[in-house]
Design a protein around this ligand. Structure first.
Ligand SMILES: Nc1nc2c(ncn2[C@@H]2O[C@H](COP(=O)(O)OP(=O)(O)OP(=O)(O)O)[C@@H](O)[C@H]2O)c(=O)[nH]1
Ligand SMILES: [Mg+2]
Length: 360
């Protein structure tokens, strides 16, 4: 029944407006109580490593409903003291390089040595495909069934910034749920590698060996970000080419200045399909963690990332508040039309909209 109709009926029955308001506030209190219970139960279930609770909380993070977001924020806050105890690894590479196959092999290796692994993704294209990880869960057949692994596709239908924030929050919940290795996959569209790099401790680039053109077509920045380059599919007829590629990448890496972590990035060969070279990549990660923990870089970088994310979150929130205001939406269309008709300049229009926003 429509709200107006309902209150009209109540008025007819002699229920006063103030009673209706009272009823509303009772409902509100009840709802708030229910939410409180949800926050408490969900948080404690997450801390008890309950996967259903973890999934439910992540769904709240991803929800566009403001009530859900508020509940999610409280859960994250409660979980925060229990987070941070993990190694976060970013994995990137072009489509078809073998990321999913690699994550399956790597993840299985980790669970076999007693780790608990969460697999997340930053995939700005997933609004169309509903999450690439979800699509190829078949490539992670064993990992999906593993009790010590948790696989969650990328949040969809959002900007890269939005997806990134949600993934960062999801990391906190996964860590609170006892996952001690977090793998974050990205296919490397647009700025997504940079985004993943800004939330991980170790960045792994998967590559294929090509016919001598390994260094072509790679965004320079990606090599610079990599802590290790794994040349995948180093099996069968490919081994020779892969070894050559290794030499070439090693040479290229030495051209870069020493990283602030003092870690010298490594090039390694692997075959995700045949499960070869997987354990040595994990050993590299451990060496990296040992070095950077000893020299203080590990914690310093995490704290720098947190500062970066504070600014990012403010920017993202301000932007989305601005662009979602109905008045701004309406006026923006008008201004865009005026720009097209050469009736205003972008700067004048921007100032107008920003000024308008101050009075809304
Ligand atoms: N020979 C060989 N084939 C591999 C290896 N790793 C993956 N493949 C194959 O390469 C193809 C692509 O592998 P995926 O794991 O789906 O690659 P991806 O990087 O996840 O691809 P996208 O999800 O499309 O970005 C599949 O047919 C795999 O079986 C490997 O180590 N050796
Ligand atoms: Mg894949």
């Amino acid at each position: 029944m429509a709200k107006e109709k309902k209150s009209a009926l109540k008025e007819q029955k002699g229920v006063s407006q103030s009673e209706i308001t009272n009823e509303k506030s009772i409902k509100n209190v009840k709802r708030k109580r229910k939410e409180k219970v949800d926050v408490k139960t969900l948080t404690s279930a997450i801390l008890k490593k309950n996967i259903t609770a973890l999934s439910r909380a992540i769904t709240l993070i991803e929800s566009k409903n403001p009530n859900h977001s508020n509940t999610a924020k409280q859960i994250i806050k409660n979980c925060l003291p229990y987070a941070n105890q993990s190694i976060r690894i970013g994995i990137t590479g072009v489509p078809g390089v073998g990321k999913s196959t690699f994550i399956e092999a790597f993840g299985k290796h980790l669970t076999s040595i007693g780790k608990r692994v969460a697999v997340l993704a930053i995939d700005p294209t997933s609004s169309l495909t509903k999450g690439s990880i979800l699509g190829d869960k078949t490539r992670m057949e064993d990992l999906v069934k593993d009790d010590n692994a948790f696989i969650r596709p990328s949040a969809s239908g959002d900007s890269l910034g939005g997806v990134a924030r949600k993934t960062r929050e999801t990391i906190i919940l996964c860590e609170a749920a006892g996952f001690n290795v977090i793998l974050i996959e990205t296919v490397g569209v647009g700025q997504s590698e940079t985004t993943v790099h800004s939330m991980v401790d170790f960045f792994l680039l998967l590559k294929l060996s090509g016919a001598g053109d390994e260094l072509q077509g790679i965004k320079r920045g990606i090599i610079e970000m990599a802590d290790a380059i794994a040349i995948n599919k180093a099996d069968g007829d490919n081994i020779k080419k892969a070894k050559l590629a290794k030499v070439e990448f090693n040479r290229a890496l030495h051209l870069y200045p020493l990283k602030p972590s003092t870690w010298q990035p490594k090039v390694t060969l692997c075959s995700a399909l045949n499960n070869e070279g997987i354990d040595s990549i994990w050993n590299l990660v451990l060496k990296f963690v040992k070095l950077t923990t000893a020299n203080g870089y590990f914690n310093k970088r995490r704290s720098e990332q947190n500062k970066f994310w504070l600014i990012q979150t403010i920017e993202e929130q301000l932007k989305s508040e601005f662009f979602n205001r109905p008045e701004i939406k309406k006026e923006l269309v008008a201004k865009l039309n005026q720009i097209e008709a050469n009736k205003t300049t972008p700067f004048e229009a921007a100032n107008y909209l920003l000024d308008l926003n101050k009075f809304l």
